[in-house]
Design a protein around this ligand. Structure first.
Ligand code: ZN
Length: 84
């Protein structure tokens, strides 16, 4: 059974369990949980802990840095080798 993480969509209404998020195992053939089992307020499913946005953001910032001038410096080094 896969383990899902849920958290309340409205921290004003959620109970202490869904306000900080909770984990729940659910069979695949069951519809996704959309209400907290305790307080009956709406909850949303969180993405897996293994997927984090910084992994995506980091390569993008390196690309931006290259656009900002690093590529030019690398080409100057190659030019030096050509002169030798
Ligand atoms: Zn709740």
């Amino acid at each position: 059974m896969p383990l899902y993480e849920y958290i309340t969509t409205d921290s004003e209404k959620g109970c202490r369990i869904c306000r900080q998020g909770f984990e729940l195992r659910r069979p695949l053939d069951r519809p996704p949980l959309d209400l907290c089992p305790l307080c009956r307020n709406p909850v949303k499913k969180l993405l897996s802990k293994g997927v984090t946005s910084p992994k995506i953001a980091k390569p993008l910032s390196v690309t931006d840095a290259k656009k900002a001038g690093f590529t030019v410096l690398e080409r100057r080094d190659q030019g030096t080798y050509e002169k030798l």
